[in-house]
Design a protein around this ligand. Sequence first.
Ligand code: IFM
Length: 445
Amino acid sequence: MDITAKPGSPFADPSFTIGVATSSFQIEGGADGREPCIWDTFCEQPGKIADGSHGLHACDHINLWKDDIALIASLNVDAYRFSISWPRIIRADGSVNQDGLSFYIGILDTLAQHNIKAYVTLYHWDLPQYLEDKGGWLNRETAYAFADYVDVVTKAFGDKVYSYATLNEPFCSAYLGYEVGVHAPGKVGKEYGKKAVHHLLLAHGLGMKVLRKNVPETESGIVLNFTPFYPASDSDKDKTATKLAHDHFNDWYIRPIIEGEYPGLLDTLPPEHCPLIEDGDMETISQPIDFLGVNYYTRAKVQDDGGEDPKQLDPPEECEKTAMGWEVYPQGLTDLLLQLHNDYRLPPLLITENGLASDDHLIDGAVNDEQRIRYLQTHMDAVTEAVNQGVNITGYFVWSLLDNFEWALGYEKRFGIVYVDYETQKRTLKASALALRDMLANRKK
Ligand code: IFM
């Protein structure tokens, strides 16, 4: 089975960046070379991770990174998106871990040797535990600590990085981590979520200032995840609930960055749920960015069930789902991109994550992940459709390069185009990796 870059589509254009993505905690292991992070602590708590696993070893990328980069190069991709582990760079006493910096500089130099562009995410959820001990993202000081960390990283990396993203998916850090508690640090309470968002977005803004100062030539932005919401019926109630879901989970993150304000919904929240917004915060948060990263996996239908919050329905039995139970809905990606394009004054967009978990098995040395091939093809087509309708999109990254630690679901969900045998750490290219490799080879001809 092939993946095809249709003639005339952006995927057939060599200037359209195509890459693979990972994040530090999900693949690195090597926990002894860094400070503990909130996910180490979370994993130690019984019942928090579905398979009782942890990130102490993960894909052992800390030792296997050279092989992993050779593998990335073999896929013919233009770019590799990965994240820096903050607790591997800044120690609890504030000193800089030079070994941590050297690890990433080795990666950057090796990527350059292969002519692969480095897309670096500065924060992909692995907050140092020593900062969580002082309140984590509920503490405004964490945003300033982030800016200091960005200063260290950008000075050390110089011009080796093609593109920086400050944060990956602040929704997950804030809502999943501080409001519903299914992610680290596992705090639960409506009074926490929006406060955590504000400090994350402030960290983004303060980080952007450092990026502009230290690496003005490097493109810099942020990565947000979006779920396009659709009303479960034509009723006005379901439509209102759908708008509310959009305001809470999508607009709440993009509007401050692009328009410098929170949704009007802010005025309706109980005061104890509201963030403390200081003078100048919204200006800091809404500085111009060079790109907006868009992560898309699925859509959700929304119903007003009479409860306080809009109810997101599980996908119906008959629709195609991934191993996460998420509906496969490529049209949602086109709809989302058009909606963003129509509703906000956007910089160029980059699809920074798209992919699926499937129930993959290694049989006779091969992994036949046909569902992933179909998913990637249909979602690439969905991006093409948005481009054809006028949306400025400059690239696309598959999540993920490797099977890895899927957060609260541990290692059971396999998102990689490369299969990882966690016992031996052997990597095997799945059929999807082979198909992507061939598509990219054809494009280079
Ligand atoms: O694995 C995650 C990633 O870390 C962030 N975006 C969603 C992916 C799949 O759940």
